[in-house]
Design a protein. Structure first.
Length: 807
């Protein structure tokens, strides 16, 4: 990919490139360096990424030893290698990639000098033959080798299934190409090429045949091929893909790493979602660059599977936390949705490539959905608070984090954000695709014609877009292909996984220089083929009513529920926008009137949806039964991407449409009206009246004392009023097989009298059994406070799901 506007670099590139690649994608993106956002939505986010996120993430890498590790490996520091995993190197490379993109659009001498310094550490850390993996090279300095997850055991390429040597390499190649294209400097590129040459000589038909456990190097190698013209790098990418699912002298890694069958025979998205989507992107690259139709057919089949059965409404993928993985068909739980930020980014990378292969707008529909929702939710408005998983529902346990031990997501944000302008336009021969609508200006070449195109719009808040076309020499004949988003054609996704509940009569419209044109898209685009004059103006109008969306009935967790959308934005209801902060018990009838308006004061300026829902709650009836009571409450729904900026609490994308699926709040009890406190953990879990399915149920909120072990702990209720109490019931948390919490060794119950804690008399027993309530009946006492003292088992921690009190 050439970078328009950097003629010196482009010239240098031409001199250096041995031979032009014989084939590539039939469609070429207009590079991000040629597309300048001037809008109120993306530009501020990109500026925050440039001025906050990138420097912040570099400082986090310094703080956590990620950068020092290169110096340690290179003999420039006598400190010990620090970190939790061998893949920590990749974070630095991803941020360098993002910084290089940032330099490409905004020169910054200080940043460039900082990168030079980092690249110096890379050079020092690289072994003579090109090997570069700081953990291995610096391993003798590691203080606690047990802390280093997935390390090579005996030799440096050892444990390639989980040690990430090749994953790191892939990110370094991407960073090297970005740095070279941004600055014209070959420093990092030379390091990358030396490493790639070593990889090519080690991994081949006559050498090692084990593919990387975590895909990524395939994308990096394709980029090295494009920038050097050396076919061996492309061959190497294909070699790694060809090894997957083929047990030649090795044991297969299995579906977790998409190593269960040859890639060209795969039809279903399985396993670790980031690995999977990077692999599908790599397969698309190989399909485009080699013309191998088996690859094309395989990614087409897998795409149908994801978009038809495994895609969240937010464009996120990866349903399961266990294995960070794709689930089965239609397995799309909301509270426990994993939807890793990296997987959403990878989904954009893959869908963009699918578009470049096929030229169909449906791929951009998926990209746009991921971009505005599942990706953007991963980065806070401040540019330095992150989500790793992006669930579609919260009971209050989720919060943005300043960093992660495994920091793949923040560093991925660093590099992805500056590349977004590169998704707006693309060209094929005399066709110009307009894929995304963002206010701003682009200057690029279409054939031999220089062209400026200016977009004016308030998208995604408003569906009116004005495009001004200025060919340098007019008239200029070309085909302008305007994407008519699926959501504007009544189809939220290009499958039957989600559909709009309501019909909307207003259709998209199109005008050329004020004259209406037909707006009937083919494969997602309306084409205008004409002799363009400078100043020609195209106006698009996409009506943006509030839409109700329902899911395919096979999606169990969405059955009977509705979500709200407007344009490309998915909305959610959050605790801060509802009285008492309760949203999981809300019911939104189909006939409830919904309105939308822009709130400049809220969350950096967002469109909101307002309406009246029904808050549902159980109440006791005179005959001892219970019925559901409904109470109207006004609510405000905000864009999903902007949630979790106002404290922790409930959030949901999907709302019940009827009483059958509503989740009413339980009737108030002695426990639920008590004030809970504890010696550790989150005491609000004790009396939230949400029932666990088992002691190991991680989806239900629980209190735990981990990492404390073997200690004596307590939980306490201050009752709303003095009450006669005769029994309590405790449901223990125990995550045997997963974590370090076990049922406790013993416990006892105290009650408060005159400010003193006294043990209850004649207790029926203090059970420590799993998967049930442990009931303790005793001689009734009238009290204003109860306390449970818990003795933890030696070497084990403990926790409680729920603590009930019987008056
Ligand atoms: Zn990640």
């Amino acid at each position: 990919m050439a970078f328009t506007g950097l003629m010196a670099v482009a010239f240098q590139c031409m001199v250096l490139v041995a031979a032009a690649p014989p084939s590539d994608y039939p469609i070429a993106p207009v590079p991000f360096t040629a597309v300048h956002f001037q809008d109120g939505f993306w530009l501020p986010r990109l500026e925050t990424n440039r001025t906050v996120t990138i420097p912040y993430c570099f400082s986090k890498c310094e703080e956590t030893g990620r950068i020092e590790n290169f110096k340690v490996a290179g003999g420039l520091s006598d400190k010990a290698w620090r970190g939790g995993a061998g893949f920590d190197d990749s974070d630095v490379s991803k941020i360098i990639e993002g910084a290089a993109y940032s330099l490409a659009v905004k020169p910054d001498a200080k940043l460039e000098a900082y990168l030079d310094q980092l690249i110096g550490y890379y050079a020092a850390a690289q072994e003579k033959d090109g090997f570069l993996y700081t953990y291995w090279t610096a391993r003798h300095t590691v203080k606690d080798p047990k802390r280093v997850a997935c390390r090579p055991e005996k030799e440096r390429w050892d444990n390639i299934a989980s040690a990430h040597q090749l994953y790191n390499a892939g990110h370094m190649y991407e960073a090297a190409v970005a740095h070279y294209q941004a600055t014209g400097k070959r420093t990092l590129l030379e390091i990358a090429l030396r490493n790639a040459d070593l990889v090519c000589s080690e991994f081949n038909e006559n050498g090692r045949r084990d593919p990387p456990g975590h895909q990524e190097i395939e994308i990096g190698l394709a980029k090295l091929y494009r920038v050097t013209g050396q076919k061996k790098y492309l061959d190497q990418a294909k070699f790694f893909l060809e090894q997957r699912g083929r047990a030649t002298g090795r044991r297969l890694y299995g579906p977790y790493s998409q190593d269960h069958k040859p890639v060209v025979e795969q039809s279903e998205a399985v396993g670790h979602a980031v690995r999977a989507n990077y692999m599908y992107a790599g397969m698309a690259d190989v399909a485009a660059l080699t013309g191998d139709r088996r690859y094309l057919q395989a990614v087409d089949r897998i795409w149908e599977n994801v978009v038809g059965r495994k895609l969240y409404l937010t464009g996120g993928v990866g349903a399961r936390g266990g294995g960070e993985a794709y689930g089965d068909d239609y397995e799309l739980p909301n509270l426990t949705a994993y939807c890793e930020t990296c997987a959403a980014i990878a989904n954009c990378l893959w869908n963009h490539r699918m578009f470049l292969l096929h030229g169909d707008g449906k791929y951009i529909d998926v990209l746009e959905r991921s971009l505005y929702n599942g990706v953007l939710s991963g980065i806070g408005l401040d540019g330095k608070s992150f989500f790793y998983p992006n669930p579609l529902e919260s009971d209050g346990r989720h919060a943005r984090s300043p960093w992660f031990g495994c920091a793949c997501c923040p560093s991925n944000i660093c590099r992805f954000m500056p590349s977004i302008p590169g998704y707006v336009y693309a060209v094929r021969g005399d066709e110009l695709f307009v894929n995304l609508y963002v206010g701003g200006k682009a200057d690029f070449e279409l054939g031999r014609q220089k062209l400026t195109i200016t977009q004016q719009t308030r998208y995604p808040w408003d569906g009116t877009i004005s495009l001004r076309i200025e060919p340098q020499q007019s008239p200029a004949r070309f085909v302008l292909k305007l994407r008519i988003p699926g959501w504007a054609q009544g189809k939220p996704v290009p499958s039957d996984l989600y559909r709009y509940l309501d019909d909307h009569p207003e259709q998209p419209s199109l005008k050329l220089n004020g004259q209406p044109l037909p707006c009937q898209p083919t494969a997602g685009y309306v084409a205008i083929d004409r002799q363009w004059q400078s100043g020609d103006t195209v106006e698009l109008s996409f009506p943006m009513p509030v839409r109700r969306v329902v899911a395919h009935p096979a999606v169990e967790d969405c059955r009977g529920k509705v979500a709200l959308e407007r344009g490309p934005i998915v909305f959610c209801v959050e605790h801060a926008d509802v009285p008492q902060g309760k949203v999981l018990n809300l019911l939104l009838p189909d006939d409830a009137v919904l309105q939308s308006r822009f709130r400049p004061d809220l969350l950096s300026g967002v469109q909101v949806i307002e309406g009246t829902a029904q808050s549902t709650r159980f109440e006791k009836t005179a005959d001892g039964g219970k019925r559901i009571q409904q109470q109207p409450v006004n609510f405000t729904a905000i864009p999903y991407y902007a949630w979790a900026h106002r404290g922790q609490g409930e959030m949901t994308v999907w709302l019940a449409r009827s009483l059958e699926v509503a989740r009413p709040l339980p009737a108030p009890t002695t426990a639920s009206t008590a004030k809970a406190s504890s010696s550790g953990g989150d005491p609000s879990a004790l009396n939230d009246q949400r029932e666990p399915k088992s002691s190991g149920d991680h989806s239900n909120k629980f209190l735990h004392w981990w990492p404390r072990k073997g200690t004596t702990e307590w939980v306490q209720y201050d009752l709303a009023r003095p009450t006669e109490v005769r029994a309590v019931e405790v449901y223990w948390f125990d995550d045997t097989g997963r974590g370090e919490c076990r049922i406790p060794e013993s416990w006892r119950l105290l009650y408060r009298r005159d400010g003193q804690w006294l043990p209850v008399e004649e207790p029926s027993g203090f059970g420590c059994e799993k998967d049930k309530y442990n009931r303790c009946q005793f001689k009734p006492v009238t009290t204003d406070g109860l306390r449970i003292e818990v003795k933890l088992q030696p070497n084990w921690s403990a926790g409680i799901h729920e603590w009930r009190v019987e008056p």
